[in-house]
Design a protein around this ligand. Structure first.
Ligand SMILES: C[S@@+](CC[C@H](N)C(=O)[O-])C[C@H]1O[C@@H](n2cnc3c(N)ncnc32)[C@H](O)[C@@H]1O
Length: 273
């Protein structure tokens, strides 16, 4: 499976290349408290409860659509004994994910592929019992097609749990949109759209939760850790890159604080027979 030209991984690739460096580990430790190798707004506590929502067993087949460096996927495989498959457009994410799976001793239970989720996924229908997709949908161009594709990949009554960190729930300026969109193609949507599109793709929404507090927690932690290690980060990435990241994280915090941009978790079940 290769990553076609349709999407670019440029937003995340440079970051993932150094994802497991001592400095990056230190930053995540300070930012999140419990570093599970995530590169999203998910907290370890949240992930534990979400894995529970999927009722995974040792015979379950779990897909992580947009797995990044595979922190959440490896966590789910280790804690349930299920088989995991991860897809991401970034080659560095897949490389980092393989190293993480090996380090955790679950390399035989985790298969990772480079793939563009803006395109059909080359797996047969009903290949998975559950799908997670954490903070990825903001980067996809056509969520209607994506939801239909996830419905095709799931076995009957399979569960799809996703988080969308880009739900508009208040006024946002053009400057904020620009600063919040530095990781490649980014799409913000009005409240209610995901619910309608999930239903149109054949899903029944069984749970929904506002997770904006996790954004606030993780982004504030990230900002604190960045500022505490400013000289080291500027030394490795340059002053301009640091300033850009700082503006990005500050904007994330500001939008979450005034609830202008919300992060919502949707857990849906396939209503197919
Ligand atoms: C915020 S990160 C989340 C990573 C992971 N889900 C986690 O929780 O750690 C978003 C991920 O989406 C991936 N991504 C963006 N556009 C994509 C696309 N078109 N196809 C596949 N993956 C994509 C990025 O490479 C990145 O790893």
């Amino acid at each position: 499976m290769t990553a076609p030209e349709h999407s670019s991984a440029e937003g995340y690739d440079p970051l993932y290349a150094a994802f497991d460096s001592p400095l990056m580990r230190q930053l995540r430790q300070e930012a999140y408290g419990e570093d599970i190798g995530q590169h999203s707004w998910v907290t370890a506590e949240e992930l534990r409860s979400d894995v529970g929502r999927l009722s995974l067993t040792t015979s379950s087949r779990l897909l992580d659509a947009g797995c990044g460096p595979c922190g959440p996927l490896v966590f789910a495989v280790k804690s349930t004994g299920c088989m995991g498959t991860g897809l991401d457009v970034s080659a560095s994410a897949v490389a980092s994910g393989r190293a993480r799976a090996s380090a955790a001793g679950v390399q035989d239970c985790v298969a990772l592929f480079e793939a563009d989720l803006n395109l059909p996924v080359p797996f047969d229908g009903s290949s998975f019992d559950a799908v997670i997709s954490l903070d990825v949908i903001v980067h996809l161009r056509n969520r209607k097609s994506f939801f239909h594709e996830m419905a095709r990949l799931l076995a009957p009554t399979g569960r799809f749990l996703l988080t969308d960190a880009g739900v508009i729930t208040g006024p946002i300026s053009n400057e904020e949109v620009e600063r919040r969109s530095i990781n490649g193609y980014t799409q913000f949507v009005p409240s209610g759209l995901n619910e309608n599109l999930l239903e149109a793709a054949g899903f029944r929404l069984i749970d929904q939760e506002d997770r904006t507090h996790s954004v606030l927690l993780n982004a504030s932690g990230r900002l604190r850790a960045m500022l505490a290690h400013r000289a080291e980060i500027e030394g490795s990435d340059g002053k301009e890159a640091f300033a850009r990241q700082q503006r990005y994280v500050e904007t994330v915090v500001a939008l979450a604080e005034r609830r202008a941009l919300s992060r919502i978790m949707y857990c849906a079940e396939l209503a197919k027979v």
